[in-house]
Design a protein around this ligand. Structure first.
Ligand code: SUG
Length: 447
């Protein structure tokens, strides 16, 4: 089977410190599972099984390395001193909540790593990445430096790729990457329409119950940096009811692929306006197709509980209609499952569903689509990427052995102060640099 699109899904590997710390206000799953016992090994194996599954379906699959955690450097900037193990112990003793912000394995949610614009959309003909600053959450704001290093390692040729640094780390420019960005186009390599979705104006106060993590100013700055065509770039406001119901990112209620946008009726503040604007922007390029689940069929609460819209929307080789890669939780809700079957039966753009089990990530509010960063790269751009980050059975097998050798089966809140956690995590990261071509000094403890 040969892949039919230029799309590569880079999934974030789940790091060895995966745990449930209840760090993300407005992310209901994260709050619900605070202090639950996590299973890092299962989490990482579930992630690898998803990658293998998608590769097996004929899709291009890539792998992104996890961050170094606990983040001792960050704790040092906050005043903890001494040897590395002493820093970790002191932080856990003084302020466990703060320390757990230095431990999160949140880089697994690669959809938040960066916003990506394919070269067909950019006036300079390069493939653009803007690393997300993730300023809203203290644990996630530690990711940009890692992401930049990683993306520049893979997309190293500046004549083809532009990896922009994160926007200023300021609430006005709050940015959570591709989770709040959608792209529609007729076919691989064709110019498309890019849609940025924001939750608030950067200079405005929060209007809802939960933080809006993406601002209009951030979206506009990214569009400018990427050199996107004005008429083909849209900025839509998220529905405040959606954010308040737990859609802390747009990709919790909407996903686009090719000419199709699949969303909940309440995803955007002005759905009718969005439909009109998309039709106008796509005029002459393609005819946009919408698959909308009305609130009368599935309410926001069930949509968010099951993460129906955090499915990956893909085109399988040889298929006329698109396929959803949906989390297992959708199958367990008769209401949501029936709505999905009805959608498929109505003959619209979505013709099938494949179920994946990513339960460990789901408990922290991360579904199948959160776990991947989509990169649309032409064959020439793919050839210019550093090799070794794309899925092969050999790489997958090596990663599986690595996980089994280095990951704990369980991680409970009372395990976190254990100084061995630091040495184990570092041994894992160090070994990973011999599996993925990260270089020998990728992680700061190696330098
Ligand atoms: O940022 N959860 C992540 C989930 C991100 C999901 N990504 C997308 N929707 N694209 C977040 O809220 C929870 C960590 C904890 O509580 O331990 C967390 O960070």
């Amino acid at each position: 089977m040969s892949p039919v699109s230029d799309e590569i899904n880079f999934d974030g590997l789940v790091g060895p410190t995966h745990n449930y710390a209840g760090l993300s206000e407005g992310n209901l799953a994260s709050a619900r599972h605070k202090d639950a016992i996590a299973r890092p090994r299962d989490a990482a194996l579930q992630g690898l099984a998803k990658m293998r599954r998608l590769a097996g379906l004929g899709l291009r699959q890539g792998v992104l390395a996890p961050m170094e955690r606990p983040n001792i450097g960050w704790l040092r900037t906050l005043g903890f001193a001494g040897a590395d193990a002493a820093v970790w112990e002191a932080a856990m003793r003084a302020d466990p909540r703060l320390a757990r912000n230095a431990l999160a394995a949140s880089s697994m949610w690669a959809a938040n790593a960066a916003t990506v614009s394919p070269s067909a959309d950019a006036i300079d003909g390069r493939l653009h990445f803007s690393v997300a600053n993730l300023v809203t959450m203290a644990h996630r704001a530690q990711e940009p430096a890692h992401t930049q290093r990683l993306l520049r390692r893979i997309f190293f040729d500046p004549s083809r790729f532009a990896v922009h640094e994160a926007l200023p780390a300021q609430a006005v420019f709050a940015d959570e990457g591709a989770a709040n960005h959608m792209r529609l186009a007729a076919a691989p390599g064709a110019p498309g329409v890019e849609v940025f979705v924001y939750g608030r104006g950067g200079f405005e106060r929060e209007s809802g119950q939960f933080p809006a993590r993406q601002t209009r100013e951030a979206c506009e700055a990214i569009a400018r940096r990427h050199g996107l065509r004005q008429g083909a770039t849209l900025f839509w406001l998220q529905g405040v009811e959606a954010i308040d119901a737990g859609a802390f990112h747009n990709d919790v209620v909407a996903v686009a692929h090719g000419d199709t946008l699949f969303c909940h009726e309440q995803a955007f503040a002005d759905l009718a306006g969005a439909r009109e604007a998309l039709a106008r922007a796509a005029d002459g390029l393609f005819a946009p197709r919408w698959a909308i689940i009305p609130r009368s069929a599935v309410g926001l609460s069930d949509a968010i509980k099951t993460y129906l819209f955090n499915s990956q929307l893909v085109t399988l080789p040889g298929a006329d209609r698109k396929t959803l890669i949906a989390p297992a939780e959708t199958q367990e809700s008769p209401l949501v499952w029936d709505a999905l079957q009805a959608l498929i039966a109505d003959g619209g753009p979505i013709g099938g569903v494949e179920i994946v089990d990513v339960r460990e990530s789901m408990r922290n509010g991360g579904g199948p689509a959160c776990l991947r960063l989509r990169v649309e790269a032409t064959p020439e751009e793919q050839a210019a990427m550093r090799g070794g980050f794309l899925w092969t059975e050999v790489l997958g097998a090596a990663l599986e052995v690595w996980v089994r050798a280095h990951y704990r089966e369980t991680l409970a809140p009372e395990d976190l102060a254990d100084p061995h956690l630091l040495t184990e995590a570092r041994a894992a990261m160090d070994a990973l640099t011999r599996i993925l071509p990260l270089g020998e000094d990728f992680y700061s403890f190696q330098r």
